[in-house]
Structure formats: C-alpha cells, structure tokens
Ligand binder design. Structure first.
Ligand code: KIV
Ligand code: ZN
Length: 500
C-alpha cells in the first residue's frame, strides 16, 4: 500500500506573485476549476488582506470549487486572519495558512525580535486562526536557513497550539537536497506530537534544486508538497507540480501515491502558460515542447523499434496525444470546441462563435493550428477593454532602406494617424505610437520574441517590459506577424498606465 501524498497547489498565490503574471478573478476561477479536475488536494487561492482583488478571488474560487480545500495566506497578524476567515466563508473546506519568519536574519532584521517572542507570536496566531477553522497550516518562513533545534521548538509549539499542517519552506532556495531531507528527518524524530500534523515542503528553485529538495522532504516524512503548475513563482520559481507527480508515478518503489489525474497535466500546463503569458521553456521536464522529442538519429531509431528504449514516460500519461486532430481552415466549430474541451476550456456558444471567427482568420494565414494558437485565440478578448487600440500598422523595411512605420491608434474612439522612421521596423512602429499619444517618457526594459512552435507561418509571442515613471509594466501579444505583435505588446503595456 502506498502512502498518500497531498498536493497543495500555490499557482494562484506564490505563482501569481510573478510580475506580469497577474490574473483577473474570472481567469483565476478557470485555473482553479482546472486544478480541481487535475485532482489537487488544496488550492492556495490568495492572500486576502493584500488587496481587494485577492480577497474577491478567494471568495469566488471558494464558491466555484467543490472538492479541494481552499487555503488563504496570512501573516501572523490578527487582522490578516480575520480577513482570510471572511474570504473563506463560502469554502466547503477552508484552511488558514498563517506563519512568520523563523531564521535568524528574519528574526533580527524583519521583526527586530527574539526567538522566544517569535514562538509566542507563532502560537498566538495559530490559536487565533483555530477560532475560525479546524484546518490551520503554519509556515516557518525561511525554515531552510533556520537552525534545526530552534525550528523543532517552533514546530512543536504550533502543533500544540492546534496547527494541523506545518510548512517548512526553503524560502530562498538555498538548501541542498540532503540538507533539506535531513531537516525534515530531524523534525520527524525530535518534535513531540509530530504525527498530529502533516509536514509540508515548500521549495523555491533559486539554485535549481526545488524538485530534488521536495523529493528528499517526502522521502524523509513530509506528506504534503507545495507546488505550482510549470514551476512558476517568484524569482526562479517553485517546485513544479508535474515533476513531483510524475516522479512518484514513475518510481513506484518510493511507495508514494498522489491523486493527480496525470493525463490532465499537459492541458493544465498550457492553460496556465497561456493565461499568465508565461512561456514554458522548450526543455522543461514533462511539459516542455521538447520533453518527448527525440532528435538524434540513434534515439529516433531506438524509439521507433520500441519506445521503452529512450522513453521513461509515455507522453499519453501526461495528456500529450500525438494523434490529436490538427485544426486547419477546413475544421468546423465542433472540432474547435472539442480541442478546447481537451485543453480544459469550455466556452458559451456566443464566445465560441467569436473565437471561431478569429480561428478562421488565423487559419487563412497559418496551415496547422496548434494548441498554443487555440489558447491564444481564447485569450485575445483581453484587449477588448483597452482604451488605446492599434487599428492599423504598415511598415517598410529592408536592406539599404530606413524603416518607416505608419499607424492608426484608436484613443477611446478618436482615431489618430502618425508615421515615424526608426532603427528597424519595431523601433519605427513604437516611435509612431509614442508620437500618437504625445508621450515618449517610457523605455523598453525587456523585449522577448518567441515563436510558439515551428515554421515561418507560425504565431510569434512577444513579451515586453516597459518602464514609466519608475514603475515597470508588462505587455503581451501574439500574432503571425512579429512586427505587429511587438507593437501590439507595447500598446498592451501602455494601456496599463496611460490615462487620458
Ligand atoms: O516561500 C515562502 O516562504 C512562502 C511562505 C509565505 C509560505 O511562500
Ligand atoms: Zn514561497
């Protein structure tokens, strides 16, 4: 009999803290429903006291989701806990996740406190949260750099105070796998009452060891893992859900089982990547575009003879179906609807009709429409509310000529035409936009162009970071014309700060 490992998904909290990845409430509900279908045990839905948007998302996700526990994050502060409890009032199963920094740098520099004072605050917060819910998780922030003896005292105190789950975060991603595993082992062996609570891992990927640390945590006694889809999260990200799920599915000798419906991994990964405008690196384990692509002749020959020669996972186990129907200009609404269903997206008829119109336009320009294209089309109405829209763009560029762009911007219903010359077609287009809005105070800090898959007719995705008055804004667009996508991404970013 395998031991059950609980999957705590924090895509919508730690994952969503990534700059430029913020989702609105409707999108968060879409992700939460996909996580429910995927079979996660806990969804961390937000940090309710941090903003009205986060509060509202926890409320709405609590209403929309049935099976997983809904968790809300707090600091060890009564006000935070009051607000989290209020946000969770519609949850069928609600959990408050409270905690405080326990490492010496946190105690000294963040709280200017003593170790004893931190234990008092930890106990008080746990007891206070237990007044609202039976399920209280306590996090010892920066546990990775907290001395084990002291950490054991904190863990013991919060379990006595009523914590049902205790989270041991490697907040800075500093631990080595052996060291993190030994930390969990130490707690399992030295904390009185440890079996009254579930011990949880929460590993960050700053040194590329998040998954290895998580696995070591589990092998040493942790029975909950805190993870995100595609490993997204602050800085280098969190442990990725799909890696942990497939590691324990592949290594049966570990005796660990999860409730993850692994054949939904691929569609959930694509949905999160598309909604958050966060590309998945091609060589990402399990969900990267190349994860199952064998390119060397020797490997291809082996796989054709028998897939077991080089494949440790059947791509179908994670929901990648090579035989999936390819969508083309001749595909009907039903085929599009079916593909969206496979990708976890259900659309009402009216929205489906709109997406289908866009689909036909794209199919005219591109031979085969892939999953990323389809998800990109679904997300396209994001720009419908923009006050500034790019209506027209024409560029001339080439070798031996100066690039010139002519544009028409729709500024809240008023059309403005402009032209500009530049150092390349994108530069010309952006200069023309700046002229049209009579503002050139913004600078591009980062500009990333990514083709979704392959072929010269492919859709390119553009991510752009634009700095304006000391703040950074994120723009995104996807188009088969990468010059248009670049100018659209710039317009997307400026819509976030230009108020006419
Ligand atoms: O990384 C961390 O320590 C966290 C806690 C707030 C749980 O995300
Ligand atoms: Zn974290």
């Amino acid at each position: 009999m395998s031991d059950r490992l609980f999957i705590f998904d924090t895509t919508l909290r730690d994952g969503e803290q990534v700059p430029g990845c913020q989702l609105n409430t409707v999108e968060k509900i879409q992700v939460a429903k996909a996580l429910e279908l995927l079979g996660v045990d806990v969804i961390e839905a937000g940090f309710p006291v941090s903003s009205p948007g986060d509060f509202n998302s926890v409320v709405e996700i609590s209403k929309a989701v049935t099976w997983p526990t809904i968790c809300a994050l707090t600091r060890a502060v009564e006000k935070d806990i009051d607000v989290a409890a209020e946000a969770l009032k519609f949850a069928k199963r609600g959990r408050i996740h409270t905690g405080i920094g326990t490492s010496d740098p946190h105690i000294k520099y963040k709280f200017n406190a003593t170790r004893e004072e931190i234990i008092e605050r930890a106990v008080a917060a746990t007891k206070y949260a237990r007044r609202y819910v039976d399920d209280v998780e306590f996090y010892c922030e920066d546990a990775g750099r907290t001395e084990n003896e002291y950490l054991a005292r904190v863990v013991e105190a919060v379990i006595k105070a009523g914590a049902t789950v205790v989270n041991i975060p490697d907040t800075t991603g500093y631990c080595l796998p052996d060291e993190y595993g030994a930390k969990i082992k130490y707690l399992m062996e030295h904390v009185d009452g440890i079996h009254k609570a579930v011990i949880s891992t929460h590993c960050h990927n700053d040194l590329g060891m998040a998954t290895a640390n998580t696995v070591q945590g589990v092998l040493n006694g942790a029975r909950q893992v805190e993870v995100t889809i595609n490993g997204i999260g602050e800085r280098a990200g969190n442990t990725s859900l799909e890696e942990v799920a497939m590691i324990f599915k592949s290594h049966k000798e570990c005796g660990i089982a999860t409730n993850i419906a692994t054949n939904k991994i691929y569609s959930t990964s694509r949905m999160v990547s598309s909604l958050m405008n966060m590309p998945v690196q091609p060589n990402k384990a399990i969900v990267g575009r190349n994860a199952f692509a064998h390119s060397s002749g020797i490997h291809q020959d082996g796989v054709l003879k028998n897939a077991q020669t080089y494949e440790i996972i059947n791509p179908k186990d994670v929901g990648i179906d090579d035989n999936a129907i390819v969508l083309t200009a001749r595909s009907g609404r039903a085929a599009l609807k079916h593909r969206l269903h496979v990708l976890g997206v259900e659309l009402e008829q009216e929205k489906l009709n709109k997406v289908y119109e866009e689909f036909l336009k794209l199919a005219d320009r591109k031979k085969d429409i892939n999953d990323d294209d389809v998800l990109m089309l679904v997300g396209k109405d994001r720009t419908a509310m923009h006050r500034i829209k790019l209506e027209y763009l024409q560029v001339t560029s080439g070798v031996g000529v100066q690039s010139v762009a002519s544009i028409c911007l729709n500024l809240s219903g008023v059309k403005r035409y402009e032209a500009a010359a530049g150092n390349g077609p994108v530069d010309a287009g952006i200069k023309a936009v700046k002229k049209a809005i009579c503002n050139s105070d913004m600078t591009i800090q980062e500009f990333l162009i990514q083709a979704i898959s392959k072929g010269s007719d492919d859709t390119g995705k553009v991510h752009m970071q634009v700095e304006y008055k000391g703040a950074v804004y994120y723009g995104f667009s996807a188009n088969t014309d990468i010059i248009a996508a670049s100018v659209e991404a710039f317009v997307d970013a400026i819509n976030k700060f230009i108020v006419e």
